[in-house]
Design a protein around this ligand. Structure first.
Ligand SMILES: CC(C)(COP(=O)(O)OP(=O)(O)OC[C@H]1O[C@@H](n2cnc3c(N)ncnc32)[C@H](O)[C@@H]1OP(=O)(O)O)[C@@H](O)C(=O)NCCC(=O)NCCS
Length: 196
């Protein structure tokens, strides 16, 4: 069962071969603002790029409120081994909109332009899915992806997600200023065991 209250006060650190996935805090404000200013990255996520640092500060505040309300959990993804880029913020990742009755969480992630196509999106998603099933006790992980987002579709397919169907006008994109049809995909705990 998804815990009614997270048994930790900050999102716990998760390490992979190349990444450290840890709490995003006010310390990372400048770097996180850099990520949130990337127009193409944010557009695929359905959001307008941040203009002012206050926009990013506001996002961090909201993420913190959602975490404390046990409705969402968000980490920063940091590089570990790359000497030039060590400890740089690579992206963010997390679950939002936990469905407590069905024991499911919705996965979302962004990888900054300069770190794309290194396999790090896949590495981070694998680790956070594993954490979701093993530490949060999730039964399933869901994804809603805009039909234009080919990279994300390929990524979740590689992770073993199954296509369920189109959800018409599910999500409002502030970047497009319109309601978007989304492809709904999901991954169940049982299938993840076989995928591993
Ligand atoms: C989707 C995203 C997270 C992928 O991150 P990434 O680190 O570049 O992805 P990886 O290098 O780990 O690639 C993993 C797989 O994703 C797929 N993929 C990644 N980029 C792709 C692209 N541009 N076109 C098609 N497939 C792509 C491939 O299947 C790839 O596996 P392969 O290299 O074995 O073929 C990144 O492009 C991103 O941040 N996009 C904008 C935000 C977003 O769309 N978030 C998801 C919304 S739910």
């Amino acid at each position: 069962m998804l815990p009614r209250l997270f048994p930790f006060t900050l999102p716990p650190k998760i390490e992979t071969d190349n990444l450290i996935i840890q709490a995003l805090t006010i310390e990372h404000l400048e770097e996180y603002h850099g990520l949130c200013r990337e127009e193409s990255t944010m557009k695929l996520y359905g959001l307008k790029p941040h203009q002012k640092i206050e926009d990013t500060q506001n996002t961090l505040d909201v993420l913190d409120q959602w975490f404390r309300a046990n409705t969402a959990i968000r980490w920063g993804i940091f590089s570990k081994n790359d000497l030039q880029e060590k400890n740089s913020l690579v992206g963010d990742i997390g679950y939002w909109q936990f469905d407590v009755l069905r024991n499911r969480g919705e996965l979302g992630a962004k990888i900054s332009l300069r770190f794309k196509s290194r396999g790090w999106g896949y590495e981070a998603c694998s680790a956070v899915i594993d954490f979701g099933f093993k530490e949060l006790g999730l039964q399933g992980v869901d994804a809603n992806i805009s039909l234009a987002n080919k990279a994300s579709m390929a990524l979740v397919k590689k992770l073993g997600f199954q296509r369920i169907g189109i959800r018409p006008q599910l999500s409002y994109s502030t970047a497009e200023e319109s309601w978007q049809d989304m492809l709904f995909l999901s991954l169940n705990q049982r299938d993840w065991q076989y995928h591993e």
